[in-house]
Design a protein around this ligand. Sequence first.
Ligand SMILES: [Zn+2]
Length: 112
Amino acid sequence: MFDYDEELPAGFQDADFLQRQYEEESRTFAARLGRAHGALDAGDDARAWSLCPHGGGYGLGGTAATDAGDPAAGLYGPDGFRCQDCGAVLDGFPGEVVPIPPEHIIEVGRPS
Ligand SMILES: [Zn+2]
């Protein structure tokens, strides 16, 4: 995938630069997620939804949402998405946070 390039400075190779990029992205993601969880702990769902990097969840238009008993299942179109990190509803994945009524808010657990 990557060839050794003797012209690169200090012996660093493309893979080293990519590794540095991935580590930086990971730290940024973790920091945003930590701030989002802090906002959830403080009871500020809207702030959590704006801070969260929305790393994963499930579509609200499919069986995952109904199997999970999600109160928003099937109500936000075929692309509607529930972030399991913060509980936000998005208009797709990736997507933008959609305003939801209180009855569509769910509790989300922290990863162990
Ligand atoms: Zn999220």
